[in-house]
Design a protein around this ligand. Structure first.
Ligand code: 6PG
Length: 249
């Protein structure tokens, strides 16, 4: 990742990070809806984005986002049923989807009840090709990315074959142990994320300070998150002061 090209926004705390990111997403959604009639975004899972999703579910964002033109996809998913405590979709549904006036057809969860994660990945790829067309990789307006302390993002974990995927849009992943939770995953791939118009990494808390510094200021190509490099879009980091505490401007 070319760090010099990445914009960095440092919020005072997690609440401010959620507010400022929600404001940025509202602006992006209004612009995309005016430009193309729709706004497409991949959502990340885990704990960090939950405050953002909850903020989008409250005013003024609940009332101002053009939800009828917003299409929400999952960047990755745990291979568990959609009502499982570890399901990313369950978290997104609880924090956001149940609280906003978004049409059901605009919600695109990753299937997790196929024969196996590989079948689910193929199923999701087919649905993406139906939505975006199959001429080339899909161009999401925003790809919202998380960051694990081991440098993974989405379910692109260190040492997994998914890191080398160049053609498939979605793949199955069997994370190295001890991953949290210890289950198979389905994830979009680097070619898809890197095709996005805007890639937003969200990181918060002192626990992310070391890995954030390593990724932005350490040697390149050591961590999966460093392979997120927009082909033609913009890359930005949105972090709180605690996560930023070991980095330099
Ligand atoms: C997942 C996420 C994953 C997450 C990071 C950070 O399925 O767990 O997609 O990539 O973003 O692990 O997780 P936290 O926000 O909980 O630290």
């Amino acid at each position: 990742m070319n760090d010099a090209d990445a914009a960095v926004h440092v919020a005072d705390d997690e609440e401010a990070l959620a507010e400022e990111t929600a404001r940025a997403l509202l602006e992006a959604a209004e612009q995309a809806a005016a430009r193309s009639g729709r706004f497409t975004m991949t959502l990340s899972g885990g704990r960090t984005p939950e405050a953002l999703y909850a903020r989008l579910a409250r005013e003024p964002y609940r009332g101002r986002m053009p939800w009828g033109k917003v299409h929400l996809f999952m960047g990755d998913e745990r291979f568990v049923p959609p009502d499982h405590p570890e399901s990313n979709y369950r978290m997104v549904r609880s924090a956001l989807l149940e609280k906003i006036p978004i049409p059901a057809v605009n919600i695109h969860p990753m299937p997790t009840q196929c024969a196996g994660p590989a079948e689910c990945a193929a199923d999701y790829e087919r649905s993406l090709k139906t939505f975006f067309g199959a001429a080339g990789f899909p161009v999401f307006d925003v790809a919202l990315m998380g960051l694990g302390e081991d440098g993974h993002t989405a379910s692109l974990f260190p040492g997994t074959p998914a890191l080398e995927e160049k053609t498939r849009w979605a793949v199955e992943v069997f994370p190295p142990l001890p991953s949290r939770p210890p289950c198979a995953r389905v994830t979009l791939t680097f070619p898809v994320f890197n095709s996005a118009r805007r890639i937003i990494f969200l990181a918060a808390g002192a626990g992310k300070a070391r890995i954030l510094k390593e990724i932005r200021q350490g040697p390149p190509d050591r961590y999966p998150a460093q392979k997120v490099q927009p082909v033609a879009g913009r890359l930005e980091w949105r972090v709180d002061r605690a996560a930023w505490s070991e980095s330099r401007p």
